[in-house]
Ligand binder design. Structure first.
Ligand SMILES: Nc1nc2c(ncn2[C@@H]2O[C@H](COP(=O)(O)OP(=O)(O)O)[C@@H](O)[C@H]2O)c(=O)[nH]1
Ligand SMILES: [Mg+2]
Length: 301
């Protein structure tokens, strides 16, 4: 799957990537240098390699790759980004996006489009201006993509949890119907009296009910290492596609379920857990097994 991030220089492409996928803190993006031409990163998600293309947005690079339409080829998901803190560039951004859509037309491709109205925050910006800009941006940009499978959202690197969810949902669009399973799990988690994290085997968090366990999409390093180590044991010693692991100390307990080598569920309990919660945990595990099956069959399509 190929995702392309596009937008004028300084609109926040590299920051979005860094915060959502590369465990950077929002503040750390202030020192990013401008992207030259374009950069590609690979990110495993639910067992698939996702290529994320960050197209440098400065004019000189834009000219260079607009003349080489093949770099845009094969994009499944196009994310045009608009900087809400810089309305003076809305028209220029529009022109750029129109040019891009022309290229896709020439290439005979129709990517799904998620427009990010970005920097939706008041970090060094006035609230009143922000609202005016959102309104203006909607007038300018929402029309542009009407012939496409199109969504738009308000995003900010300072709303990290929301941003992680936005990317999770975007990454899941290649798996039709799976989103509803994840949303169901999200609701189930609210009613369980234990801390639970559902992630893929590479540590992309799908849902959780524990604040502060992830940085963007990525699970905290120590827990990620734990999953990794258990996954190696699963593969090399159990030689099975699923396995469970358990640790215990002074009333605290941690349980890890690896399901079909794709999904992992971490359950952290302190003390005995009530029967109702345990029932719900069992249901969740079964639902996630089903989800793993669906992902596998989506891969083989
Ligand atoms: N307030 C705010 N600033 C952001 C946001 N995203 C990026 N920035 C800032 O915008 C500047 C340019 O970001 P960068 O990612 O290099 O833009 P790029 O040229 O599109 O890759 C940096 O100083 C970032 O800290 C955001 O959501 N809110
Ligand atoms: Mg950049």
């Amino acid at each position: 799957m190929k995702i392309s991030l596009v937008g004028l220089g300084g609109c926040g492409k590299t920051s979005l990537y860094s915060v959502a996928f590369a465990e950077k803190k929002p503040e750390e993006t202030k020192s990013l240098s401008p992207t030259i031409l374009y950069e590609t990163r690979r990110h495993p998600f639910l067992g698939l390699q996702v290529g994320i293309f960050d197209f440098g947005g400065q004019e000189q690079y834009r000219k260079e790759y607009m003349d080489k339409p093949e770099v845009f080829r094969g994009t499944d998901i196009l994310i045009p980004i608009v900087d809400l803190h810089d309305p003076s560039k809305f028209d220029e951004a529009k022109e750029y996006f129109v040019g891009l859509l022309d290229i896709y037309r020439q290439n005979n491709e129709k990517p799904k489009i998620f427009l990010f109205l970005h920097k939706y925050d008041t970090e060094a910006y006035q609230k009143e201006l922000l609202d005016t800009n959102v309104k203006q941006a909607k007038e300018i940009f929402l029309d542009l993509f009407k012939d496409y499978d199109f969504n738009h959202m308000l995003t900010s690197i300072y709303l990290q949890d929301e941003l992680a969810k936005v990317f999770r949902d975007i990454l899941m669009t290649s798996y039709a119907d799976l989103k509803s399973h994840v949303e169901k799990a999200e609701n189930q988690l609210q009613e369980i009296n234990a801390k639970i994290i559902v992630a893929d085997i590479s540590g992309n968090v799908l849902v959780h009910n524990v604040p502060g366990v992830s940085s963007g999409l990525t699970l905290r390093g120590d827990l990620r290492d734990f999953i990794n180590a258990c996954n190696i044991v699963r593969e090399n010693i159990f030689m099975n596609d699923s396995a469970s692991f358990r640790g215990k100390s002074e009333g605290k307990e941690i349980e890890l379920h690896i399901l079909k080598y794709i999904i992992s569920i971490l359950i952290m309990k302190s003390g005995e857990i009530d029967v109702k919660s345990q029932d719900k945990i069992n249901t969740l595990i079964n639902d996630m097994k089903l989800l793993a099956d669906l992902i596998i069959s989506a891969h083989s399509d």
